[in-house]
Design a protein around this ligand. Structure first.
Ligand code: PGA
Length: 257
């Protein structure tokens, strides 16, 4: 038996100012009920500028919506102009932090080594890293998807205490499916999610591996979420575009209805 509870994360990317963010979370909140929160954990990851406003909103209205961040620096403080540290996020009641998103790897030069440092900083601050991994179209066509994903997971988890691995969420996001409207086939995504779980097993133990949340991300929407959630090793979704629409994101959260 595992105690994997589905996790639905909205990655807003660089969208919405803090006033819009408040409206979006209010709308989402009105569309969800207690059964939804019992069945799935719900997290929104807005830009940094909205975190404080949403923290206050969530606390004041006792919302069961978690706060996520999209990035973090690995140092606790110091001369790193423009960066935000894990303890700063923790202080804002952030529970989840996305690390290694393919857009950060591609546009901001984040390597596996950097991603690994960020992941460890998030764990050290007692938050949950959401480690993103995934292959390019070229790599998929060359039959390299499994190797790429395995090596990204192994590299990021290198040096993490095997027991601490239980605090990590891993999102499989094939790069060619992100923001393209083109998803992986649920069977293929389920297969890679299983490989991710095996990789976790190799660096931890069977209990940790069977309890690790593995998410799928890449053009998830209200129409296709069910097909992904039906897969044994997929425990939730990292949702970009569709999470900007509270109606659609709520439908994704309550995919089982
Ligand atoms: P998408 O983005 O749902 O818009 O494809 C997913 C992601 O980048 O996390």
């Amino acid at each position: 038996m595992t105690d994997r509870k589905p996790l639905m994360v909205g990655n807003w990317k660089m969208n919405a100012n803090h006033l819009e963010a408040i409206q979006m979370v209010q709308k989402l909140f009105y569309r969800l009920d207690l059964e939804d929160y019992d069945r799935a954990d719900v997290v929104v990851a807005p830009p940094f500028t909205s975190l404080r406003s949403l923290q206050i909103l969530i606390e004041t209205d006792h919302m069961r919506i978690g706060l996520g961040a999209q990035n973090v620096h690995w140092q606790e403080s110091g001369a790193f102009t423009g960066e935000v540290s894990a303890p700063m996020l923790k202080k804002l009641d952030v529970g989840h932090v996305i690390v290694g998103h393919s857009e950060r790897r591609e546009h901001f030069g984040e390597t596996d080594a950097i991603v690994g440092k960020k992941l460890k900083a998030v764990l050290a601050a007692e938050m949950t890293p959401i480690l993103c991994v995934g292959e390019t179209l070229e790599q998929r066509e060359a039959g390299e998807a499994e190797t790429v994903v395995t090596s990204q997971v192994t590299a990021a988890l290198k040096g993490v205490d095997p027991l601490d691995v239980s605090g990590v969420v891993i999102a499989y996001e094939p790069i060619w499916a992100i923001g393209t409207g083109r998803t992986a086939l649920p069977d293929d995504a389920g297969l890679i999610a299983g490989i991710i779980r095996e990789t976790v097993l190799n660096v931890s133990n069977s209990e940790v591996a069977s309890n690790t949340n593995v998410l799928y991300g890449g053009s998830v929407n209200a129409g296709n979420i069910k097909d992904f959630m039906a897969k044994e090793h997929i425990d939730g979704a990292l949702v970009g575009g569709a999470s900007l629409d509270p109606d659609q994101f709520a439908t994704i959260v309550r995919y089982w209805r």
